[in-house]
Design a protein around this ligand. Sequence first.
Ligand code: COA
Length: 171
Amino acid sequence: MIIRPVSSADAAVFQEIMKTSIAALCASAYGTKATAAWVSGDNPVFHFQVPEFAFVAEKDGEIIAACGWSLTDKVDLHPVGDRIIENPTHARINAVYIKPGFEGHGLGRKMMAHLEADIARRTELRDIYLWATKNAIPFYLAMGYQPGIDEYPEVAAGFKIQVRYMWKRLG
Ligand SMILES: CC(C)(COP(=O)(O)OP(=O)(O)OC[C@H]1O[C@@H](n2cnc3c(N)ncnc32)[C@H](O)[C@@H]1OP(=O)(O)O)[C@@H](O)C(=O)NCCC(=O)NCCS
């Protein structure tokens, strides 16, 4: 298994992993109606963007996980989009998505270690935050992230989901 940067050829697979992972692994937390609406192809509310610094895990030619982070200058629920961040203060981990069937074997932990090492290598930033979906809170706690407030963003028309702000300061 290798973890490597995303190439432009991987974008569609990256987005597919985000969607299948949410549909399969977040449904227990939010229900299948909400996750189906969230990942639906014609959902105008939520955009499955590939993060600024994005990586995939590949095993025997198959992409089995996707993850990424971005620079930001404020702690914010919504991604900053294409705005240029001149003075970043935080690294935001946009998320880690494991392809269904490959979860529970330490891959999420490896992806997080890779992201944190990339942030520390590429920047002086040590403050990391993310918005955890309810199903992923125990995972991020296991990765050393502290829990903060909850927010309820709309991920599809009529569907607001609970997400939890979590943060970590790299040592
Ligand atoms: C959340 C997710 C990334 C975890 O990845 P994973 O590969 O299954 O996690 P790992 O096997 O690396 O687990 C790492 C640690 O977290 C713990 N953990 C993971 N899920 C857990 C859970 N639901 N409850 C308790 N502990 C959990 C594991 O016990 C493990 O601890 P250990 O290393 O001390 O034994 C994966 O389930 C996923 O892709 N979910 C769907 C997409 C998603 O929700 N992404 C996050 C959105 S913010």
